[in-house]
Write a protein that binds this ligand. Structure first.
Ligand SMILES: *[C@@H]1O[C@H](CO)[C@@H](O)[C@H](O)[C@H]1NC(C)=O
Ligand SMILES: *[C@@H]1O[C@H](CO)[C@@H](O)[C@H](O)[C@H]1NC(C)=O
Ligand SMILES: *[C@@H]1O[C@H](CO)[C@@H](O)[C@H](O)[C@H]1NC(C)=O
Ligand SMILES: *[C@@H]1O[C@H](CO)[C@@H](O)[C@H](O)[C@H]1NC(C)=O
Ligand SMILES: *[C@@H]1O[C@H](CO)[C@@H](O)[C@H](O)[C@H]1NC(C)=O
Length: 390
């Protein structure tokens, strides 16, 4: 009995070693894989640590961030994994590394890379100097395009780019006071026009990626941050209510975004997208936490003040903070960012949700789409070559 148990334990250990080493062999030997890569853009919802490498106060590379899973503060703005980590797992990809991580090389880029930066907006006026805005993320992506083209050759690199999925979470910071209050496009335009400007900048980045070969785009609308712990405490005279002016802006954005994406689909042959209604999936959990296995839907695990809505988590800005005992009871980890448990739930909806929550494609369907390279010739016109060579 004992010896047969020992044999099976050895077998299990051996299998684990074998499967681990086969994963690494793939990584080392196959520069080009048959997997679709994942390129990640946007804000704190997706940042995997880029802000660790820039001079900003929008950082989370300190305890207790990272206490779950990594047991180490990676810079992700959560207790554990964020949405792109779970998407990568579903897509059989390794964790997608931050672009600014010094150990990055071309080999890793074939699985994708993350350009997301906490605090980032679609507009250059949002968090100036404190985050990597969407336009700058696009510029960094162009450098990756250039380096992959020289490492793999044009044909193979284009194959990677047309198969890849491009994932976006952007807009929240453009609309969230006090971040946006000082931005000049915000001050000098109507809400309606301001939302058009934010969406215009987002779709023009998507178009440029399309012109470089991108075909499959995943995008989240803006979450109900007006009702997050930070939103509930923004107006000191009305603590506990979703913040009206922010709600209004977010609603405008979320009304206009689907129209803008449908327009892109009409204009751009082969363009396919997955729009996740993050506003609904988040608000649903804020309002019905118990239904989703949370005890607290609008109080953060980490922070201070009412709803722990003041973001002092981890002694940010030298201020004291409270930390909950059991993070799995909470939807929000800090004043505006979700727990790993919540990220896992949202990812399932993005990955395989029905069209009324993620559509017209879901992420799984986008990853499985393989027609782009075969059916729609890449636009590698001279104009685009010049753009990439900048
Ligand atoms: C294989 O890769 C994993 C994750 O990339 C790493 O943690 C592990 O140390 C690697 N194992 C070997 C044998 O190189
Ligand atoms: C970082 O930014 C702060 C204020 O924005 C500035 O005072 C400081 O000199 C900067 N540090 C470096 C290393 O650039
Ligand atoms: C992009 O944003 C800038 C402000 O940062 C604005 O002037 C410009 O019109 C916007 N572009 C589009 C296409 O909406
Ligand atoms: C945390 O809460 C979850 C769900 O409510 C429970 O399963 C788990 O045992 C708790 N963990 C601790 C350490 O109390
Ligand atoms: C979406 O459709 C499913 C059934 O496929 C339904 O259970 C769910 O309530 C719908 N969600 C929304 C947000 O309408």
């Amino acid at each position: 009995m004992e010896s047969s148990r020992l044999v099976s334990i050895i077998f299990i250990v051996y299998t684990i070693i074998l499967s681990t080493s086969s994963v690494n062999c793939t990584e080392n030997n196959n520069l080009v894989t048959n997997q679709a890569a994942l390129f990640v853009f946007g804000d704190s919802l997706f940042d995997a640590g880029n802000n660790n490498y820039i001079n900003t106060t929008f950082r989370s590379n300190f305890w207790p961030y990272g206490q779950t899973t990594f047991k180490f503060p990676t810079g992700r703005v959560s207790d554990g994994r964020v949405i792109p980590d779970f998407i990568a797992e579903n897509a059989w990809l390794p964790l997608i590394p931050p672009n600014l991580q010094p150990s990055n090389d071309n080999n890793q880029f074939t699985y994708g890379v993350s350009f997301a930066s906490a605090g980032a907006g679609a507009l250059v006026e949002t968090s100036p100097g404190m985050a990597i805005n969407l336009g700058t993320q696009l510029k960094s992506f162009k450098n990756v395009v250039r380096s992959l083209r020289s490492a793999l050759g044009e044909v193979e690199a284009n194959r990677v780019f047309s198969r890849a999925v491009y994932l976006f979470s952007i807009g929240g910071n453009d609309y969230f006071y006090p971040i946006s209050a000082t931005s000049s496009p915000f001050q000098s335009n109507s809400n309606e026009k301001f939302a058009d400007i934010v969406i215009g900048n987002t779709t023009s980045v998507i178009k440029e990626m399309y012109n470089m070969g991108g075909r499959k785009f995943g995008i989240l609308n803006v979450g109900a941050y007006d009702c997050a712990p930070a939103g509930l405490t923004l107006d000191r005279t009305n603590i506990g209510s979703c913040h009206g002016p922010v709600s209004e802006l977010i609603d405008l954005h979320n009304k206009k975004l689907p129209e803008a994406l449908r327009r892109l689909q009409r204009e751009l042959p082969g363009f396919r997208y997955a729009l996740h209604d993050y506003h609904t999936s988040l608000l649903e959990r804020i309002n019905n936490p118990m239904k989703y296995g949370f005890k607290e839907g609008n109080k953060a695990c980490c922070g201070s003040g009412p709803f722990r809505g003041t973001n002092t988590c981890g002694n940010r800005m030298g201020k004291s903070y409270e930390l909950c005992e059991n993070v799995t009871d909470y939807l929000f980890f800090d004043a505006a960012h979700l727990t790993e448990k919540a990220h896992r739930q949202i990812t399932e909806l993005i990955w395989s949700g029905p069209p009324n929550i993620t559509g017209p494609y879901n992420l799984k369907a986008l990853f499985e789409l393989n027609y782009a390279y075969i059916e729609s010739p890449l636009d590698v016109s001279d104009e685009n070559k010049d753009e990439v060579a900048l």
